[in-house]
Structures are given as structure tokens and as C-alpha cells.
Design a protein around this ligand. Sequence first.
Ligand SMILES: [Zn+2]
Length: 156
Amino acid sequence: MLLALAACSMAQKEEEINKEEKVKKVIKSDKEWKEELTPAQYRIAREKGTEAAFTGKYWDYFETGHYDCVACGSRLFKSTSKFNSSCGWPSFFEAGSDTTILYHRDTSHGMTRTEVTCACCEAHLGHVFEDGPAPTGLRFCINSESLLFIPLKEEK
Ligand SMILES: [Zn+2]
């Protein structure tokens, strides 16, 4: 009886730890972000800016690898979900995982859109639209400045 109780409370504890570790929050002051990011990265990732279409480094970039958050390094998108949308920004039809991206209703600039941010550090990434290709029908329209491409061959 005692043994069974001990095993049960242990399992519960493990579950709580897993829940906490799902998304590790990265919290820094504006000053710290300003020091770590380039002015363009700061303006877009921390101040919800948008780079001009067809100017970012990844809009027509199709190497194999991953796209990480430029601010905190969280893995956001896989190159296998990137597609050529010809909208001028890197476009993905799905997020790399269910937990790394947060969705927010954005009514700025007279439009109703869904803003996407990094779940770890709250960096602004871009917006998601429902005019993407199969299988999801989604188009994550992301600023190049919010991303850092990691080639597959450099991974351990
Ligand atoms: Zn991040």
C-alpha cells in the first residue's frame, strides 16, 4: 500500500516537470535585446515591424534545414514546409511544432489578421493567412529578420 502510493506521487511529479519544460521562456529587457540583435532584427522581432517585400534574405531561399528564432534560437520551421508563395516573404505551410509558436488576433492597420510570435521569447515573426497550399491551407508569412537558417549538414 505504501509502495503504491509512493509510485503514484512520483509519477505525478514527473508529469509536472514535463509540463514546465515544454516551453522554456526567454525573458530579457529591451536593453538586452537591443544589444544582442541588429537594429533591423530589433525593429521587427521586438517592435512588430515588417521588412519590405522581396528584401529579406530568405524569401527565395530553399536550402534544406531548419529556421530558428533569431532572438532565442527556438526551432520554429522546417525547410520541408517552406514553399514559394511569391509574396516576397519566407512562407511556410505549417509550424515546426505545436508548442513553439503562439497566435494572436491583430487588428492593427485596419485589418484583422493573426499575428504569430515565438512562444519562448515572444519575438514577432509575422502573420498566418488561410490562403496557403495543401495539406494545411495555411501560409505563415514570416519576416526573414526574425529567422536564422540552420543547414541540415551542420547539425550534430
Ligand atoms: Zn524566440
